[in-house]
Design a binder for this molecule. Structure first.
Ligand code: ADP
Length: 244
């Protein structure tokens, strides 16, 4: 279906708000099978980049998933094409159980299962998502009763049920306990098999521990990109972080 290279490639991405250019010619190479961190000081353009990739901000340039252009594809169709995103604020239906939430997330694939004559009550991707995220023991609990960490993992499970191939995660460990952070780090590395994981994060310790690769944005441009070692040793990065 596609040649060797899999993942998300961004070229010359630009987002303007009036006269202000929030994202200014950004190139990103997010290969499949890795956990990429997108970092940078407040106002660097991280959220706007993710908004542009996920169709929430008007942008110019190119965003290709496995070689296929997805910039300009409407938000709802992007999910079908495999691009999924979490937000810092949970989007779960708090009064519904975890299983019911996942069943709703699976809804967009259900018609296909029906056509195939599947008799299962739930989509098999739900079992897989529950296993990956370790939420199998809370499927019958109302989502509102989950811990903060479990809610974040349930959001990720929803993306898995929707067959997301690219997962963009907005500060997944914000507000988490030490143990929840460790569990999330391990989850990121389970997620990366066959997928592209992109984490927008402020937490430098978490980034150092779990990133396969790092891109640093500053004033709407890529300041530095490479391995954790390369990026943290980059004097330009040190200057931005010490100076801010
Ligand atoms: P980050 O996520 O790295 O903190 P953002 O992408 O949120 O940065 O913001 C980048 C810049 O764009 C900031 O200067 C911010 O004020 C500006 N910005 C973001 N959204 C808008 C908007 N809707 N209108 C005008 N300026 C915006």
């Amino acid at each position: 279906e596609h040649t060797g290279w899999a993942g998300l490639v961004v070229r010359d991405l630009q987002v303007r708000f009036g006269a202000f250019t929030a994202v200014d010619g950004v190139d990103l190479d997010f290969t499949s099978g890795a956990v990429h961190f997108l970092i940078g000081p407040n106002g660097a353009g991280k959220t706007t980049c993710v908004d542009a990739i996920t169709g929430l901000a008007r942008a110019t340039g190119s965003v290709r998933l496995n070689g296929r252009e997805v910039l300009g594809v409407p938000v709802r169709r992007l999910a079908r094409q495999g691009i999924g995103r979490t937000f810092q604020t949970a989007t779960l239906f708090e009064n519904l159980t975890v299983l019911q939430n996942l069943d709703i997330a699976a809804g967009m694939h259900r018609s296909r299962w029906a056509l195939l004559g599947a008799r299962r009550r739930i989509d098999p991707a739900i079992d897989e998502a529950l296993e990956t995220t370790g939420l199998g023991h809370v499927i019958n609990r109302p989502a509102g009763t989950l811990s903060h960490g479990q809610k974040q993992w349930a959001e990720i499970a929803m993306l898995l049920v929707q067959r997301a191939e690219v997962l963009l995660l907005d500060e997944p460990v914000a507000g988490m306990s030490h143990d929840e952070r460790e569990a999330t780090g391990r989850l990121l590395h389970r997620l990366k098999d066959g997928r592209t994981v992109i984490v927008v994060e402020h937490d430098m310790d978490f980034m150092r521990q779990f990133a396969s690769g790092v891109t640093v944005l500053h004033q709407g441009k890529v300041l530095s990109a490479g391995s954790v070692e390369e990026v943290t040793a980059d004097p330009r990065v040190q200057e931005v972080y010490l100076g801010s």
